[in-house]
Design a binder for this molecule. Sequence first.
Ligand code: HEC
Length: 128
Amino acid sequence: MKYTIVLPLIAAVTLCSAPVLSAESDWKRGRIYYRSVCTSCHVAMPIGSINPSTKSKAEWATYLKSDKHAKGKDTVSQYVSKAYRASIKSANKAAEKFADIPDQEMAADLDAFLQKGAKDGDAPASCS
Ligand code: HEC
């Protein structure tokens, strides 16, 4: 009885999370991170919010790879790091929620979201 419910569920979850970019990247988590951590600072700064659709996939890829943020004053990876999440988690729910995610995994999620949300990115796949 139990299995008739559980097995189809496992199958559905497995299918829905089928890797598009890599087994670890989760664009939805990247989206939460971008909106909650990156954007929350941008909106408080003169630059204002930065839409992922302002850059192409290739531009985002180059941007993340060069790892120069704010015109080279600091790095993007610093804002994805566990250390940064720890420093803001008392005031930032996403940083708190993702506190223990390894840096590389968090960076891969952000990358996946920016690739999806880019000017020439795919429409988000629906699983519902
Ligand atoms: C603590 C504040 C803060 C956080 C957190 C932050 N940014 Fe920024 N970001 C800035 C500021 C300030 C600028 C504008 C710098 C300038 O124009 O001199 C900027 C600029 C940018 C730009 C425009 C190009 C550039 O680098 O100048 C991009 C793209 C960007 N940020 C992406 C991100 C991403 C992705 C994250 C999250 C991983 C992030 N930022 C997190 C403050 C922040």
